[in-house]
Design a binder for this molecule. Sequence first.
Ligand SMILES: Nc1nc2c(ncn2[C@@H]2O[C@H](COP(=O)(O)OP(=O)(O)OP(=O)(O)O)[C@@H](O)[C@H]2O)c(=O)[nH]1
Ligand SMILES: [Mg+2]
Length: 353
Amino acid sequence: MKFVDEVKIQVASGRGGPGAITFRRESFAPRGGPDGGDGGKGGDVIFRTSKHINSLVDYKPYKKYYAENGQGGGASNCSGHHGADMLMIVPEGTIIRDSETNEVLFDLTDSNEINFLQGGRGGKGNAFFKTSVNQAPEYAQPGEDNHNREIVLELKLIADVGIIGFPNAGKSTLISRISAAKPKIADYPFTTLTPNLGVVKVGDYSNFVVADIPGLIKGAHQGVGLGIQFLKHIERTSLFVHIVDVSGMSGRDPIQDFQDINYEIEQYDEMSKEKDGFFPLKTREQIVVLNKIDLVPADQIEKIKQTFKKKFNVNTFAISGVTGKNINELLQTMAEKVIASKTGANDQEQGQH
Ligand SMILES: Nc1nc2c(ncn2[C@@H]2O[C@H](COP(=O)(O)OP(=O)(O)OP(=O)(O)O)[C@@H](O)[C@H]2O)c(=O)[nH]1
Ligand SMILES: [Mg+2]
């Protein structure tokens, strides 16, 4: 399935139906009273999230999504039918922005249904306006107007941990090892073209969600490779697992790769800093993972570990996604950090009250 994570569309609620101006015309009541019914209410535009979709691909760019207008009232005090609502089913994690100001109007992470645009009220029919002094009103209310809005739907996957790294570093291999996710894994760069989510279970009590995104390369912020736009999907994660390929097989240097990816992250922050609600990625805690150690002699791995420690003051995990070596320890640390970040956030919230 194609992955669409941003789409500009128009939405409109329905107009209210007009009230009717009619009078009873029965043979035995030639001057019957007013009996114009009320107009129906216009349909609303409603957004609802679903766990079963993970892309905005069903929404066509620039298309208009209209709710139905309410029908006019009829004679004999018949009310018009309400217009049908426009129900917009979107993936969890969808944000609705104003297309001009970019302001976040709704964040559908927190709520699973919102009434985005109310339909217009139906107008009252002339029967409603009958009074003791005006037994035959010749007027009725028009239906209330509808609402239009141009918006951008933006999807940010909801994950606790984001896996970052160069293409071919072994990101998808790791997620397939620690969760039930079955992403494509292959020995060439840019195997992963759209993000994969996996639920990781540690013990009986805690689950967390990991996102595997397409690989980044130097110059990604200028659009090289697949670009950096997929970083938006890990904006909300509390932790990154940064995978570095230490096999040297692709002719790259692990230290340089690590620096290049962090540089791209800084560039992403720079480009996103004006965005409403943006929280810079470079401040996100990283677990640095040296992968493919089955292909490298132990003393060489030790050297790389020491370089990371000396140069960046970073402790690294050395693993093999293929043999599974040290993956349990890595998993345990990931779980501890995710839990700590969740409880930390709760403490802060409680502290504010
Ligand atoms: N020997 C060895 N090979 C590995 C290890 N981890 C991954 N690989 C191989 O490296 C290749 C790339 O693995 P992927 O998991 O597809 O890499 P990726 O980071 O998801 O790559 P992209 O999706 O292109 O960004 C595959 O051939 C894997 O089998 C490892 O620990 N040891
Ligand atoms: Mg991959």
